[in-house]
Design a protein around this ligand. Structure first.
Ligand code: FAD
Ligand code: SF4
Length: 328
């Protein structure tokens, strides 16, 4: 690991200003991703600004919904009564991720900003446009079993690997941010992560020095009927091959509104408005869910080693919707 300066922030304005003032600086939260990347020499900040003493771990009712502090751990978030009762989809998604020990360290802000698990990104001997823009994409013609089937570009075929953000997108979350100049703004989660396009080095629409303060969830009508399904190579401690955050609001057996978000199929959590439109007003049934799954995956473009994800994603969508509707 390369030497770096360590700074402990005591309040949010100072933290954002310190990172904003140094283009090579980064925030440190739980450290479960940034420190691994530094040990592998993938990330090379010359300064880390430690956020862990900031008072940003509160989870509270706000504006009819809930505000979740950026520094709250994944464990505390998943276990909080407000989340368990009103947003069980979020609890399910969080506990599907990583391991108990990691979730005790991992924070919500850091979770949103975790980087891809593409093996070429981690291997500094290989070309990777995300790590080193212009060097090429090792995965495009290489081993790409875990990679994207939707929204990829010839510059990058990586997936966003996280679980929590898939549920947050289904729940219409908004991210509250403080800039290096102290000014606050919000970004809907739908606009937070990016597709790779020609700039795969940029995972999100955050600017350098912007500090995540909180994630805000509006009141939800999905608490009764939602389900997070994660399909992976082993039952725990593995990233998803395909994940589905499914939620439906039912009225007399018909679907009033639905959310279908796919994880690990694209460079960002992938909300399928096509699937949601196919479900609106239809009876909650295997037939309706099958049509929605076809609509969700119609534009998939698999790579050499991940065509299996197309059928897997369709079946996962149907199963998640069946479970959400309590039909299975
Ligand atoms: C073995 C292993 C298995 C895993 N499995 C899964 C899994 O199955 N599913 C899943 O979803 N995740 C998984 N993870 C990822 C884990 O959830 C993330 O590493 C964790 O959530 C990151 O949070 P952190 O607080 O440790 O972030 P850090 O590592 O401290 O930071 C990550 C990034 O976020 C930035 N950052 C942190 N906080 C803020 C903030 N408030 N504002 C702005 N920037 C900030 C940092 O600068 C850094 O760039 C796994 C990790 C490991 C090591
Ligand atoms: S898929 Fe993206 S992260 Fe992986 S090697 Fe290609 S450019 Fe790098």
């Amino acid at each position: 690991m390369r030497p770096f300066k360590y700074t402990r922030a005591t309040e949010p304005n100072g933290a954002a200003a310190a990172v904003g003032a140094n283009p090579q600086a980064k925030f440190l939260a739980g450290g479960t991703n940034i420190l691994d990347l530094m040990k592998e020499d993938v990330e090379r900040p010359n300064e880390l600004v430690d956020l862990t003493r900031l008072k940003l771990a509160e989870i509270k009712e706000a504006g009819g919904g809930v505000s979740i502090g950026a520094l709250a751990t994944n464990t505390d978030t998943a276990n909080h009564p407000l989340i368990r009762q009103n947003y069980p989809l979020l609890t399910q998604a969080i506990v599907a991720g990583a391991s108990g020990q990691l979730r005790n360290m991992a924070t919500n802000g850091g979770n949103l900003l975790q980087r891809t698990r593409c093996q070429y990104f981690y291997d500094t001997a290989m070309p990777c446009n995300k790590r080193e823009p212009g060097s090429g994409c090792g995965a495009l013609e290489g081993l790409n079993r875990m990679h994207a089937i939707l929204g990829w570009s010839d510059k990058c075929v990586a997936t966003y690997p996280g679980d929590m953000a898939n549920a947050l997108l289904a729940l219409d979350a908004v991210v509250r941010i403080k800039g290096a100049d102290g000014v606050e703004r919000t970004i809907p989660l739908s606009e937070f992560h990016r597709l790779p396009g020609d700039t795969p080095q940029q995972d999100t629409n955050l600017q350098h020095g912007e500090l995540i303060l909180a994630i805000e969830l509006p009141k939800s009508n999905f608490a009764k009927n939602s389900y997070y399904l994660k399909v992976r190579d082993r039952a725990s401690y593995a990233f998803a091959l395909v994940a589905v955050a499914a939620a439906v609001e039912l009225e007399a057996g018909a679907i009033k509104q639905a959310r279908v978000v796919l994880g690990s199929v694209a460079h960002k959590p992938w909300r399928s408005q096509e699937a949601e439109a196919a479900l609106a007003g239809k009876p909650a049934s295997a037939e309706s869910f099958g049509r929605a799954a076809e609509a969700a995956i119609a534009d998939a473009k698999p790579l050499a080693h991940n065509a299996y994800k197309v059928e897997l994603a369709k079946r996962a969508i149907v199963r998640a919707l069946m479970r959400a509707s309590k039909l299975a």
